[in-house]
Design a protein. Structure first.
Length: 124
């Protein structure tokens, strides 16, 4: 499992701002704290609650989602995030985002690696 924390621009349909973003390969989904989500964009009620398990085996349910853009090395990458009332970080980027955008984490330099060739194909 890999974890890296970065201050990055995160934007939604209302606004954008720098957020504390945790990249966590152990998280299968992406999460955003509810107060941050309501500031950035339009929160949407999910058609059914989405359950997930935390590292300490606590099961939580997310009943809302939001589409957000994360600014990474000159690219604005979009994805859906589960809205959670209480979260220790403003934004958590999980494995589904990393896989979708073909991003790797470099745990030695505590940075992420974007595949520029893959982004050309996906973003064009």
């Amino acid at each position: 499992m890999g974890i890296i924390k970065k201050e990055l621009m995160v934007a939604g349909s209302k606004s954008g701002r720098g957020c504390e973003v945790l990249f966590d390969t152990g998280a299968s989904a992406c999460f955003v704290r509810e107060d941050v989500a309501s500031e950035l964009g339009q929160i949407v009620k999910a058609p059914f609650p989405l359950a997930f398990k935390l590292g300490n085996n606590t099961v939580m349910k997310a009943e809302k989602t939001i589409d957000l853009f994360v600014g990474m090395k000159g690219h604005n990458l979009s994805f859906y995030f589960l809205v959670v009332p209480e979260l220790p970080y403003e934004v958590i980027v999980g494995a589904n985002f990393l896989h979708n955008w073909k991003i790797k984490l470099d745990l030695v330099t505590e940075d992420f690696i974007l595949d520029e060739k893959a982004l050309e194909i996906i973003l064009v």
